[in-house]
Design a protein around this ligand. Sequence first.
Ligand code: FES
Length: 121
Amino acid sequence: MANSEPDNSARPPAGVRLCALAEIADPGGKSFRFRDGSRLFAGFVIRQGEAARGFVDSCPHAGWPLAPMDDRYLTRDGRHILCSGHGALFTLQGVAVTAPCLGEQIAPWPVEVRGDEVWTA
Ligand code: FES
């Protein structure tokens, strides 16, 4: 899917500030979208305490965005990422632990925490 292509011109380079860490629920997720003309890059960041991990917002099963609404990536108990497409559950490291894409991984989107802010890496 175009969103996960490494040469997607809409994907921000390293060194772009995304948000303050405090803007992401703990645990929780936050959606980010970038445009370059007709190209779109959609990513999301999952926070656990002082750590943040980024992913391309594209399910490895069918390539659909994972969340039905902005920022709604986690299950109620905060232990898994849920794909609203067909219900796959992923660890917070992005590995599917249920069908229909058991063992597949959500493409990573490198981010880093600098001080109290989240940046692309
Ligand atoms: S699109 Fe995610 S489980 Fe099918």
